[in-house]
Design a protein around this ligand. Structure first.
Ligand SMILES: [Zn+2]
Length: 67
């Protein structure tokens, strides 16, 4: 299951939330700091495998024959 970063627009707290579905509306996310449902999802790169992402981006440079 994906974990997303959220930022509360009420108190400014940034937190990670495990969501069951990517279609979960932001209004379903409760801020652990103030309890308000006023958080927005932050667009950040997933930290899967952390640290080796530079390799894949370099390998994909100029290559359009992926499919
Ligand atoms: Zn809050």
């Amino acid at each position: 299951m994906p974990v997303f970063d959220y930022e509360c627009k009420n108190c400014g707290k940034v937190f990670e939330e495990l969501v069951m579905s990517s279609s979960t509306p932001d209004s379903d996310i409760e801020c652990p700091g103030c309890g308000e449902h006023n958080s927005i999802r932050r667009m950040s790169a997933p930290s899967i495998g952390g640290g080796s992402s530079s390799f894949s981006s370099a390998a994909g440079c100029g290559s359009s024959g992926f499919s």
